[in-house]
Ligand binder design. Structure first.
Ligand code: MSP
Length: 702
């Protein structure tokens, strides 16, 4: 966990369409106080970048949990949203020449539209720029101050704008311990929070509620962090405006993390004067589960409970930190340029494939790698083959041999194999529930697929298709019993897996003639509950097999989104209008107009290079792999110029290379630099930059 202690103190419900609409819940649900409630949250996502499957991962995890809770009859409230304030946003907007509000409106809508497309069943989507949030965040601040936990002082020190983090470092521009970017020196009169006064209370909380922080490893980290001493924390900023004004002191805005964390309470009505909001707050607060990524543990497990204690508000029941989704061995993130967008996977394989992969492949709490190969392999093996085959075989045989009427099983025709399956089915229901409710999704799904495998094996061993050739009564009874048993297993698996793969299980459910899966009762699920005499619905394949070409298709889609024109290192749209100033030290910023100082320009090292070899990158229409002599060495660079230049025309040509970019991989090939080109016309066709005079290889551009 990054160390900022010493930051010098002084220190199945369609998603609703609007914030107003989402804040409503059917009256019966909120009125039923006796029904257990469950309030779950995702982090609110920054709007300085578009969503990728890392963000989708957290949201899917929460969605699966919320869906199961609802199926179990729990009065569930699922919150997600966007984190829209801070200097980073103010600067990004400035650099892009738009207002901060225009910027946050656009990106927040992208998040929301993606969650809608993915069928995320959030009950509310909070934006920190909404009045209801600002009012509530101010009320939390007011209470903290009224209770004597906030005081005014002067802060001089380093601040990382990217992570919105105070950093203890002596030198100006020292790297941020989280992201490595240079910190900025800030000197401001601020409000400070007496975090140091909460050390003992926090340690007592962790000791008394061992489940407050999960998993155990994160809990241990937090405990030792707090034990080693806490310093007071600056909770306001006065050098920029894009934030929630401090109550009664509007020259200050509330520190963006205090603002952001407050969302969990404000979204359910904290601070609202309206009775219906107060009722909702009383019903749902405190949150039962904050699901977060591991990099924001300290904010959630140290600051947030301390803020709440200071404000005299109840604490969340539990915080669960999951690991990172890695791509090409690194944390997937915009700044590393190694992101995969959910849309690509949805376009090609659909929602359930992404959901199943993430929950089956990654052990919650640990890091997990994403690759298109692994995604397709998992999809084909578990969904197309195992579950898909079980469904299509069973349903087709019932259609064919019993005209689509679910046959009645017969006791006299039963054999020990049915009893064994019944026992495994019952065990699966029990074990799946225990594992899932302990957030061990991967193991839970493994257990359910154990049942799928057993039933497929049972069908192969019992060969109902061979029995069907015999028309006598005993054979018919045996056939009916086998198909009924397979259909029952299908029903059980569908109900268990529904929170994970909602679309396909709903379709199989209908094909089984069971109607709307949303009305099914998971709470009382036991083996043997299949409705006798049901009439099957229309049968159709649910998981078409993915061909190998789909892998290339997805890779290509991502590449095209990620590698515009000539830049091998350029970010995708709309990040093409980057928030570059966010990472610059204060000394380099010439003014508030988004311009940079000469010191910053000097950081970019450009040299004259000469192309030695050039070839197309297999399977990528836009990419060329070049070997470029830059004087001191020959560099491999992958450039998105294949549509404009034939490789053979480039050999011997002099080009301009940005030589001090961090390496990155494209199509598995490491690229060490960027070829400079103009981006021309609507399509941004690349035109290579060059010189009219002859220039020696290796010359530096200044
Ligand atoms: N705005 C803050 C959170 C404030 S909550 C009061 C923030 N936002 S974020 O956009 O950076 O999103 C962080 C969350 O997105 C992570 O905590 C995690 O849940 C998810 N992820 C972003 N990238 C991820 C991966 N590469 N892998 C897994 N989850 C990732 O921090």
């Amino acid at each position: 966990m990054p160390d900022a202690r010493k930051s010098k103190p002084p220190a199945e419900k369609a998603p609703a369409k609007s914030a107003e609409a989402t804040a409503e819940k059917p009256a019966e649900a909120t009125a039923q106080k006796s029904v257990e409630k469950f309030y779950i949250t995702t982090p609110i996502y920054y709007v300085n970048a578009r969503p990728h499957i890392g963000h989708a991962y957290t949201t899917i995890v929460c969605d699966a949990i919320a869906r199961r809770k609802r199926m179990l009859g729990c009065d569930t409230w699922f919150l997600t949203g966007t984190d829209e304030h801070g200097q980073k946003i103010e600067r990004s907007a400035q650099a892009a020449g738009v207002t901060p509000l225009a910027l946050v409106d656009e990106v927040s809508a992208v998040y929301r539209a993606l969650w809608d497309r993915m069928g995320i069943t959030y009950d509310d989507f909070i934006r920190t720029t909404e009045a209801r949030h600002q009012r509530g965040a101010q009320e939390i601040f007011r209470r903290m101050r009224a209770n004597g936990a906030v005081y005014k002082g002067t802060y001089t020190g380093q601040y990382c704008v990217f992570d919105e983090l105070y950093v203890d470092a002596a030198e100006a521009g020292a790297p941020c311990p989280v992201c490595g970017r240079p910190t900025e020196t800030v000197r401001e009169e601020n409000y400070f929070f007496k975090l140091s006064a909460f050390e003992d209370k926090l340690l007592k909380l962790y000791a008394e509620q061992p489940g407050f922080i999960r998993p155990e490893t994160r809990r241990n980290e937090v405990v030792s962090f707090v034990r080693s001493g806490l310093r007071d924390l600056s909770v306001s900023r006065s050098t920029f405006k894009w934030g929630v004004p401090v109550p009664d002191d509007p020259g200050h805005v509330i520190y963006v993390w205090l603002d952001a964390l407050s969302n969990y309470a404000t979204a359910v009505g904290f601070g609202s004067p309206l009775a219906k909001d107060q009722k909702r707050y009383e019903r749902y607060w405190p949150a039962d589960l904050h699901m977060i990524g591991k990099e924001i543990v300290r904010f959630h497990c140290v600051y947030w409970p301390a803020f709440l204690m200071a404000a005299g508000l109840p604490l969340p029941r539990s915080i669960h930190a999951h690991g990172w989704l890695l791509f090409e061995e690194n944390k997937m993130s915009k700044s590393r340029g190694n992101i995969v967008r959910a849309e690509t996977i949805l376009d090609v394989l659909g929602n359930d494939a992404l959901r199943y992969f993430l929950l089956r492949e990654i052990v919650l709490g640990q890091d997990g790698s994403f690759s298109f190969d692994a995604l397709v392999q998992r999809y084909n093996a578990d969904l197309a083959n195992d579950l898909g085959n079980l469904a299509s075989r069973t349903l087709t045989m019932i259609q064919k041999y019993f005209q689509g009427n679910l046959p009645y099983p017969s006791k006299t025709a039963a054999e020990p194999s049915e009893q064994a399956l019944a026992e495994q089915g019952q065990r699966t229901i029990r074990e799946f529930g225990a594992l899932f409710d302990d957030y061990q999704f991967s193991r839970a799904l493994e257990t359910a697929w154990g049942l799928v495998g057993a039933v497929n094996k049972y069908l192969v061993e019992n060969q109902p298709w061979a029995i069907a050739e015999n028309a006598d009564e005993a054979a018919r009874a045996r056939l009916a019993t086998i198909l009924f048993t397979a259909a029952e297993a299908l029903r059980v698996v569908c109900l268990l897996a529904h929170p994970v793969i909602p679309e396909s299980t709903a379709r199989i459910w209908q094909q089984l003639g069971l109607g709307d899966i949303a009305k099914a009762d998971l709470k009382n699920l036991t083996w043997g509950g299949l409705t006798l005499g049901a009439k099957l619905g229309a049968i159709e394949g649910v998981f078409p097999r993915a061909e190998k070409s789909e892998i290339e298709r997805m890779q290509k889609m991502e590449e095209e989104r990620n590698a515009p024109a000539a830049a091998s290192e350029a970010p995708a749209q709309p990040e093409a209008k980057p928030a570059a100033p966010a990472a610059l030290p204060a000394t380099g910023v010439a003014g508030g107009d988004g311009k940079i100082g000469i010191e910053d320009f000097a950081k970019v090292e450009m040299r004259v290079g000469q192309v030695k070899t050039a070839e197309k990158v297999k399977g990528a229409d836009k990419l060329l792999r070049l070997e470029v002599d830059i004087g001191s060495e020959v560099r491999q660079v992958v450039a998105g110029i294949a549509e404009a230049y034939k490789p053979e025309t480039l050999v011997g040509r002099k080009v301009i290379v940005v030589v001090n970019l961090a390496p990155r991989k494209l199509r598995g090939i490491e690229s060490n630099g960027m070829i400079v080109a103009a981006s021309v016309g609507e399509k941004g066709s690349p035109v290579l930059a060059g010189f009219l005079e002859d220039v020696p290889v290796g010359s530096r551009l200044k």
